[in-house]
Write a protein that binds this ligand. Structure first.
Ligand SMILES: Cc1cc2nc3c(=O)[nH]c(=O)nc-3n(C[C@H](O)[C@H](O)[C@H](O)COP(=O)(O)O)c2cc1C
Length: 227
């Protein structure tokens, strides 16, 4: 039974887009039979108008133009959903919130309940919203009934540091820098891969449990390294 993992993100300048690729890489390698889909949340017209004179914005948009735009059917397809949301004033960007706000029908039918979820982010500075964006981003996901997966220190020793890097036990993050010139570094990408892997594993177990409840099947036995 395949496990479907959706990596869904918004990105103005490419940092969250880069993190999304590592999250997807981690999910793909996590378990046998994991299918991964990477999609981008559509731009808001007002934001496009405001940023279209910025060279970095235009280049980043061109670079991920071939990533398919997210639809609600992607959310339905997924067993695990991992959201990439860059910080805006310590909170998720409006593009992500706008997309989530179109999911009222899925909420009403409980279609996302019991699906595994996680969040990764990008902020300009260390204290600009690395943690608050994930924590506040979690609120609507809990309304939708999803089961949150973080990136604990034990599995992510790279974030147990006083160095100026992104990422926390709540989820991976990168720092773009005040002028947007900093790019995700290896430790941040490692945390991103680990979230992808962990969500895929949890999603697989939850799907297996649901199948057991619905059809009386045996749940998949957990598989560990070396098996
Ligand atoms: C309107 C606006 C608000 C922002 N607010 C914050 C903020 O509160 N803290 C911060 O560290 N960065 C802030 N930033 C910087 C963005 O988080 C940064 O550009 C983004 O993480 C880069 O990711 P991306 O390349 O995927 O777009 C803000 C940017 C914009 C445009």
């Amino acid at each position: 039974m395949a496990t479907n993992v959706l990596v869904i993100y918004y990105s103005s300048y490419g940092h969250t887009a880069r993190m999304a690729q590592s999250v997807a890489e981690g999910a793909r390698g996590a378990e046998p039979d994991v299918e991964v889909r990477v999609v981008r949340i559509p731009e808001l017209e007002e934001a496009r108008r405001a940023m279209s004179t910025q060279e970095w914005y235009v280049k980043a948009q061109e670079a991920h133009a071939d990533i398919p735009e997210a639809t609600l059917d992607d959310l339905r397809w997924a067993d695990g959903i991992i959201w990439g949301m860059p910080t805006r004033f310590g909170n998720m960007s409006a593009q992500v919130k706008q997309f989530i706000d179109t999911a009222g029908g899925l909420w009403a039918n409980g279609e996302l309940e019991d699906k595994a979820t996680g969040i990764f982010t990008s902020s300009a500075t260390i204290h600009g919203g690395q943690e608050t964006t994930v924590i506040t981003g979690l609120v609507p996901l809990l309304h939708l009934g999803m089961i949150f997966v973080g990136t604990p220190y034990g599995q992510n020793p790279q974030i147990l540091t006083t160095d100026g890097i992104g990422g926390s036990p709540y989820g991976p993050g990168t720092l773009a820098g005040n002028d947007g010139s900093r790019q995700p570094e290896e430790r941040e990408l490692t945390t991103a891969r680990n979230l992808g892997s962990r969500v895929a594993k949890v999603a697989r177990r939850l799907k297996s449990l649901r199948a057991t409840q619905e059809h009386g099947q045996q749940p998949d036995a957990p598989q560990y390294e070396g098996q």
